[in-house]
Design a protein around this ligand. Sequence first.
Ligand SMILES: *[C@@H]1O[C@H](CO)[C@@H](O)[C@H](O)[C@H]1NC(C)=O
Length: 309
Amino acid sequence: MAVLSKALLALIAASVVVGQSPPYGQCGGQGWTGPTTCTAGWTCVAVSSPYYSQCLQGTTTTTATTTTPPATSTPPVTTSTPPATTTTTATPPTGSNPSTGVIGTDFEGTVSSAWSVIVTAQSGGSATIDTTKAHSGTHSLKIVSTGGFSNHIFYGLSNLTALGSGDIYGRYYANFLNAFNQDHTTHMMMTDPVAQTLRMGGQFGVLDWNRASDDSIMPDGSPTSDAGSIAIAGNTWYCIEFHLSRTTSQIETWVNGNVISSLTTPQTRWGSAYIPNPSNWGLGWESYGSDPNTVWYDDIALGTSRLGC
Ligand SMILES: *[C@@H]1O[C@H](CO)[C@@H](O)[C@H](O)[C@H]1NC(C)=O
């Protein structure tokens, strides 16, 4: 403990001299000669060890309420430990905003029949109301997927008529048992006339959007664009928000209230021509490698203006 504290002090002292990387900026990796520490509240994470480390929203904001120094839970920049299993990339949100919006549910009490499994091709998987984990109250939606393309399951709304034809805003809390790895996965899907399926998931360890029609992804997989997204840790609640404009091509994404710059259009390979126009909405799990996961969702809602966390 004493040694770590000294190391931390040395790190802090050094950072005063050499400067600090900004949120989502690079802070380490092979050949990197720039700053190796992040601004307050952000943690340098080896997201693609040993090639690339970036500043992600860190655990330091919790230090006020814990006696454990942040250094003990933060992997050093030079570690080869995968960030997925060692890093809490965000402080669990504590919103008091369970199910606002035009249509939503917190899974407490009787859930409206508007909510159901909308797409499934599942062997050994399930969608159930569960009481082992919840963001608010005592109930959540638990998705179990055995992994693989032919084993997907999505729960949500079979139509979006309640939202009219204007902009769509969504907000959900998600807790993934397994952290995102390099493989491509989907946890939110919408049927769309152009994209066929517009989906939110993960690839290269970070949150991404994907169109089934041409398999375009944003971010585009380059270290720079991936650095503008966010690594998703296991067993951690995230508040994910999105905005789809049905009059312009605008897509926006927030996690725990923070703008995710690489998930905001326009992006490389995701131009302004595509205007999303989804007809349904589902949360669940699908993997295109072989990545089983269990995901809890809570306080899910769609609306016509931003919902917040
Ligand atoms: C559309 O969804 C609403 C719930 O939002 C439901 O009451 C209605 O029956 C659905 N309509 C169709 C055609 O499925």
